[in-house]
Design a protein. Structure first.
Length: 294
């Protein structure tokens, strides 16, 4: 019997939308997983307004009434928008929170197995948004997060590229990619990097055993794996990239490799939290729970 993988299969998916260009690609990607795993999609929309400190009580009450009315209008609009992509209207969640807080809290309350976020393109405004929302979600979340570029047109998962290197603690990205490739009947390309060392220093993979789950190619490279992944017209042409989060992700930013691929990739990128990160999140949650009880 295959070992269990945390957050797999992704039965509950939180898809964050701002109804912009990238939201169409986000919804298309969510529909792929829905068809594979009969997943339930929750479509989240965050709207947040700061009440000026000089407002009177009467003005605040009026503002709150208008905000609630706006939430109902937003919900109806999102439902109409979602019908363009799915026969079954997903669950709609409108939160009055800043985007990062809305996504993380919504995923927790929804008991999500995956978060899907769109990016806003490659200009400086898009990169700013990416850094302020998607990167912070990845840094704080303890579940898989998929980043979907606006111009990607996902229709199926035919080939998965998974990066396995010294930044990945354990084999969670590989385990997840293997299971996903098997269920999607996709080909898996395992990209390994020596980080400037020699090929002989890498622990060999049991490709015969792994190939029992799906068709596999192994590629070993020296140098920067991000540049290899991002190189135009490479030999892999994947429909999905899978990477692990860095060991120190809970206390610092993304690793240079992860950040580079996330900002420049033109296809969806799925980032899998490592065992260390999940352990850190569990310890922090236990600490907070104990303090609340005391």
């Amino acid at each position: 019997m295959a070992k269990a993988i945390k957050f797999y299969p992704p039965r509950q998916i939180l898809a964050a939308t701002d109804l912009g260009e990238a939201s169409k690609a986000v919804m298309a990607q969510a529909e792929i997983f829905k068809s594979l795993f009969n997943s339930e999609i929750t479509l989240l929309y965050a709207q947040h307004f700061e009440v000026p400190p000089y407002f009177t009580e009467g003005q605040i009450s009026f503002f709150i009434r208008e905000l609630k009315a706006g939430q109902k209008t937003a919900r109806r609009h999102i439902e109409r928008w979602a019908r363009e992509f799915s026969n079954d209207v997903p669950r709609i969640l409108v939160r009055e929170d800043p985007p990062v807080e809305a996504i993380l809290t919504g995923a927790q309350e929804n008991q999500s197995d995956m978060i899907i976020i769109g990016t806003h393109g490659r200009n400086w405004i898009g990169r700013l948004w990416l850094g302020s929302v998607a990167e912070n979600v990845i840094r704080q979340a303890s579940l898989p997060v998929m980043i979907v570029p606006p111009k990607s047109k996902p229709s199926s998962i035919e080939k998965i590229l998974v990066l396995v290197n010294s930044e990945d603690a354990g084999s969670m990205p590989l385990d997840y990619a293997l299971r996903l490739a098997s269920d999607a009947k996709a080909r898996l390309v395992i990209l390994r990097t020596t980080d400037g060392g020699k090929k002989g220093t890498l622990r060999p993979l049991d490709l015969k055993k792994l190939s029992a789950q799906c068709e596999i190619d192994e590629v070993v490279l020296e140098g920067d794996p991000a540049e290899a992944i991002l190189r135009p017209n490479n030999d892999w042409n994947p429909s999905l990239i899978v990477m692990g989060s860095a060991k120190n992700l809970a206390v610092s930013g993304l690793s240079p490799i992860t950040a580079k691929v996330m900002h420049r990739a033109s296809i969806p990128l799925l980032i899998i939290p490592t065992r260390q990160k999940i352990l850190i999140e569990s310890l922090v949650e236990a600490f907070h729970n104990r303090n609340r009880q005391d």
